[in-house]
Design a binder for this molecule. Structure first.
Ligand SMILES: Nc1ccn([C@@H]2O[C@H](COP(=O)(O)OP(=O)(O)OP(=O)(O)O)[C@@H](O)[C@H]2O)c(=O)n1
Ligand SMILES: C[C@](O)(CO)[C@H](O)COP(=O)(O)O
Length: 398
């Protein structure tokens, strides 16, 4: 007798605000911030798409994050459209469950977007445990002694940590049982902090599989440093430097694009794209640092698709190439040479655009401007020059 393969759906909950991970440097919610050059949510989704037994992956996202999600440019026939989440993790999971009900899955795995280092082996272990249990989740034994202090100040008792375990995700269940348990849980006045707790509350038997310390949840700012360390592993890094230089002439117009910012002016810069001379020099500097040729190699002027293109696209491509090598941008420095327009008041906006495009802190970007004392073609206001340097760290070739 042949049995059809189980339909296993994975819900990736990504609808949180990531408030605990926020710092003044990053406005980006944690699930869209890059680690090792790839956004956290993209990494988590990658892990599930890498498992051949997963039939559908359903991201649950915050209603305000639709554009951010689109910008991840994820494509896979098993990846479903994102579903809007709710006000709590529990509510977001329920939205995901409702969205997949029509697929009639046999099993559902529920995963925090904020755990990007989940592995195919951990997913496998949870699926295997579901052959003999209603639910399963990876857990870790505790290493700290656990105190109970109901008032948050004075210790009442010490727990027996041998019987306590820290819960991770994915948490897997038989779909029908979990859907009805979640629907009922939504009607009671308490919040469940994970799905296994809802299963326990509903009387289901939940098994523990072996968790992994690397499957940690990115919660606080320092977790990003841990994530970067995890990705770069023990690989020795080396620092590389690249330089870029670009010139664009003026032509009749009313504004120039410089450093990703539109500045009103008595002329525009002539070029195939938006002619942002500063971003072109910067893109070349980054490409140069990793020996990847120049902007014309990646975006030939003869190719019509780049006509009028925003140069942030070229810059992002260069940043992505650094990230693909497991590298990171250390700092960028740009000098713009022109008599006019005046640049100084636009520098903060330029730093913001560049840092957001590359996913780096604004204080790693320096932009300076100078005139050429009315000498030469910049002095005669025939065009603008930009020079840039980029310093990156990449794993050393062995
Ligand atoms: N309303 C919510 C709240 C959380 N989550 C998701 O649940 C996971 C675990 O939650 P947590 O790490 O607490 O994320 P946030 O709620 O975003 O963090 P914070 O509490 O710091 O704001 C995350 O992937 C988060 O995006 C969700 O989908 N919907
Ligand atoms: C689901 C979870 O990751 C298991 O440890 C955890 O309960 C999520 O809690 P949070 O407060 O929503 O981060």
């Amino acid at each position: 007798m042949s049995t059809r393969p189980k339909f296993i759906a994975a819900i990736i909950v990504a609808a949180g605000k990531g408030e605990r991970a926020q710092t003044g440097d990053f406005a980006e919610p944690k699930q869209y911030r890059r680690v090792g050059g790839r956004p956290v949510l993209a990494r988590t989704i990658d892990a599930f798409l890498a498992h051949p037994g997963i039939s559908a992956v359903v991201p649950v996202i915050h209603v305000d994050h639709a554009e951010r999600y689109q910008a991840l440019s994820l494509a896979d026939e098993r990846l479903r459209d994102p579903v809007p989440g709710g006000a709590s993790r529990q509510a977001s999971v329920l939205e995901g469950l409702k969205a997949i009900a029509a697929l009639r899955p046999d099993l559902v795995l529920i995963q925090d977007a904020a755990r990007p280092f989940v592995t195919v082996e951990q997913i496998d272990a949870v699926i295997s445990a579901l052959a003999s249990h209603d639910g399963a989740l990876p857990t870790l034994p505790l290493t700290d002694t656990i105190k109970r202090a109901p008032d948050g100040q004075v210790v009442l008792t010490t727990e027996d940590r041998r019987t306590l375990f820290a819960a991770q995700t994915p948490q897997g269940f038989r779909f029908g049982q979990m859907f009805s348990a979640h629907m009922r849980a939504a009607t009671v006045r308490r919040e469940f902090t994970d799905d296994a707790e809802i299963a326990e509350w509903a009387g289901l038997r939940v098994a523990m599989t072996a968790g992994d310390r690397n499957n940690f949840k990115i919660t606080h700012p320092e977790d990003f440093r841990r994530a970067e360390r995890h990705i770069s592993g023990d690989k020795a890094m080396e620092t590389r430097v690249g330089t870029g230089f670009d010139v664009h002439p003026f032509e009749p117009g009313d504004a120039v694009w410089l450093g990703g910012v539109r500045i009103e002016h008595t002329a525009k810069l002539k070029g195939h794209s938006d002619a942002d001379v500063a971003l072109h020099a910067l893109t070349d500097a980054i490409l140069g640092s990793i020996g990847e040729g120049d902007i014309g190699v990646h975006f030939p002027p003869s190719d019509m698709q780049w006509r009028g293109a925003a140069s942030t696209l070229f810059l992002k491509h260069a940043g992505d190439l650094v990230a693909k090598r497991g590298g990171r941008i250390v700092n960028l420095d740009v000098t713009i040479v022109c008599e006019a327009p005046r640049i100084a008041k636009h520098v903060p906006a330029m730093c913001t655009v560049i840092s957001q495009t590359l996913g780096i802190k604004p204080d790693r970007v320096a932009i300076k401007a100078t005139t050429s004392e009315r000498l030469g073609f910049t002095g005669r206001e025939e065009g603008i020059v930009a020079m840039a340097s980029a310093s990156v760290e990449v794993p050393r070739d062995e």
